[in-house]
Design a protein around this ligand. Structure first.
Ligand code: FAD
Ligand code: DLZ
Ligand code: SF4
Length: 507
């Protein structure tokens, strides 16, 4: 009796646990469905990327001799649900069992668990750490910190290790990093991929079916298959990785990518494995092509942060996305969906998000995330935004970054203190402030940088919670030493700014 093998849009890997079990007569099921394409209003580039990559992966599997039952979005028979398609295909092929790889989202895990057909959910072992390994690591610890987990992962994998010691004698080279960048016409841009016939067909479909979603569909220059993803990896290793470390926190108006890899879409969809990406970076260092602080900084993002975020998402359970430790209730301002703003940094980060479905980590954390946290936006709305607008966004990685790292809505599980800053940090790390309607050096009044006003307002609103944090007490000392009139003015101006923002006035 044939069995169905389910392959989801972010499971496009030859070594997927479900595919490893495929035997003669089994049918691979893949389906473009509205349920998945609309649980949030995804950026059109994200939908196009997933559909094009799914179609090409289905062709690739057929080329290997597998039978693939592929449902296109506009197939008249399409039930528009993953569960519905499994039931329909089971009856078509007389199958009574489904083999699946555990999805990266509780929503879909639950759907598969309660279907009226037996679905065996196999572990997703495309990661460095299994759920059990992360749970064992977390068990009994008073505080979870990425750095300790990362060191264990380095020891386990041997990546950048000299025996049992870290290469170069240190685990972390961040103090050599975090430099601002200057515009540089010679800096390599990520490779661009002209849409082929499959991608072009998908672009037409997405243009017709999702005309109102936030974001520009065209031009579309992402790779949508493994050969393209491998080319992007090679390009990054050869042309950008060496300066990744120093410039990983920098932001420039005219350069949305800097030395970032833009590999997250391919990693998260399964077109690249984290193992091969980390190995390529480590080898480039060993071969003398890439400095250690860059190789280490890059590997830490994948072997450390990416794995750690996945561990937290599954450890914390399905209610994680609803957490709101700081009780923030404001609506997400319209500027996040492309509405006007006078803040040059927000305009830059949101503008490139609209164009590219991409912003790098510091833009997500210290511009759009920082603002949302300082302004007290409801973290559920912030989470919905990040899950919608980025081409690499899947809940297992997006939610811990947003709810945890960026919004402190988990009360300090991911980060020991909130990632907040005044305009000073943004000015130091970017060239945004020069073209802004606000002035970064002004602390009160109409022209004051909103990050300056909101920074203090946030800290004072949450004084009870953060004052006792040893990493933050000094900041409260600075506030207390400030002139009383100035403190009053900052609070009053912050309140007026938030009122204007909530009223829908352009801020
Ligand atoms: P690079 O800077 O080149 O980093 C290399 C790789 O490291 C990335 O491709 C990614 O796989 C991994 N990585 C780096 N930082 C993180 C991190 N904090 N968590 C997990 N992996 C990381 N990343 C996603 O993949 N999907 C998301 O939906 C997502 N949402 C985010 C939301 C917020 C609020 C924040 C602050 C960060 C989010 N990130 C997310 C993490 C990070 O911003 C992206 O991984 C990174 O910007 C992707 O671009 P890149 O490939 O050029 O990364
Ligand atoms: C993101 C996405 C989109 C837009 N569409 C589909 C789809 O039509 N079919 C599918 O199998 N997967 C899609 N995906 C990816 C899923 O949403 C993803 O598998 C879950 O969110 C779990 O990570
Ligand atoms: Fe952003 Fe403030 Fe700088 Fe304007 S002045 S770009 S709002 S940090």
């Amino acid at each position: 009796m044939p069995r169905l093998i389910l392959v989801l849009g972010d499971q496009l890997s030859d070594n997927l646990s479900a595919l490893r079990e495929a035997r003669e007569g089994d049918v691979v099921v893949m389906a473009e469905v509205m349920d998945e394409a609309s649980y949030v209003r995804h950026h059109p580039k994200k939908i196009a990327f997933v559909f094009a990559a799914m179609r090409k992966f289905a062709n690739h599997l057929r080329g290997k001799g597998l039978t693939v039952a592929y449902t296109r979005l506009d197939d008249p028979e399409n039930s528009q649900k993953i569960g519905g398609e499994l039931i329909r295909r089971a009856s078509e092929f007389d199958a009574t069992e489904v083999i699946a790889t555990e999805p990266g989202e509780w929503r879909l895990i639950n759907i598969l668990t309660y279907l009226p057909i037996k679905v065996h959910q196999r572990p997703d072992d495309r990661f460095f750490a299994s759920h059990a390994e992360f749970e064992n690591w977390a068990e009994g610890r008073k505080e979870l910190r990425m750095e300790w987990f990362y060191r264990d992962m380095r020891r386990k994998t041997g990546l950048l290790m000299d025996g049992d010691r870290p290469a170069g004698g240190r685990w972390n080279f961040d103090h050599d990093n975090r430099k601002p960048a200057r515009p540089d016409l010679l800096r390599q841009k990520p490779p661009e991929f002209e849409p082929d016939a499959v991608t072009a067909g998908v672009l037409d479909l997405v243009a017709a079916r999702f005309p109102d979603n936030f974001g520009d569909l065209r031009p579309f220059r992402y790779a949508t298959d493994r050969p393209g993803a491998l080319k992007a990896l090679r390009h990054f290793i050869d042309h950008a990785l060496d300066e990744f470390g120093p410039y990983q926190d920098a932001m420039l108006l005219e350069d949305p990518h800097l030395n970032h890899s833009i590999l997250s879409p391919y990693l998260n969809a399964g077109l690249l494995s984290p193992h091969e990406v980390c190995a390529a970076a480590a080898t480039a260092h060993v071969d003398g092509k890439v400095r250690l602080n860059s190789a280490e900084g890059f590997i830490r993002q994948i072997l450390g942060w990416r794995e750690y975020m996945r561990g937290i998402y599954f450890l914390e359970g399905p209610d994680y996305t609803g957490r709101n430790a700081l009780d923030h209730r404001r609506k997400l301002p319209w500027m996040y969906w492309g509405g006007e703003t006078r803040m040059a940094c927000m305009k830059a980060a949101i503008g490139q998000t609209r164009r590219l479905a991409y912003a790098h980590h510091i833009q997500r954390l210290m511009i759009t995330g920082n603002f949302a946290l300082l302004a007290g936006i409801d973290p559920a709305r912030v989470h919905e935004w990040y899950l919608s607008v980025y081409i690499d966004a899947y809940e297992w990685v997006e939610a811990p970054n947003t709810i945890g790292m960026s919004q402190f809505a988990d009360g300090g599980i991911v980060g020991s203190k909130p990632y907040v800053s005044s305009g000073n940090y943004i000015n130091k790390m970017s060239d945004y402030c020069g073209s802004c309607a606000y002035s970064v050096s002004v602390r009160t009044g109409e022209t004051a940088c909103p990050f300056n006003l909101l920074y203090w307002d946030f800290l004072i609103r949450h004084r009870d919670r953060f004052e006792t944090n040893p990493r933050m007490s000094r900041i409260y000392g600075n506030w207390d030493r400030m002139d009383a009139d100035k403190r009053r003015a900052i609070r009053a101006d912050a309140a007026a700014f938030l009122r204007r923002m909530s009223d829908g006035t352009v801020v």
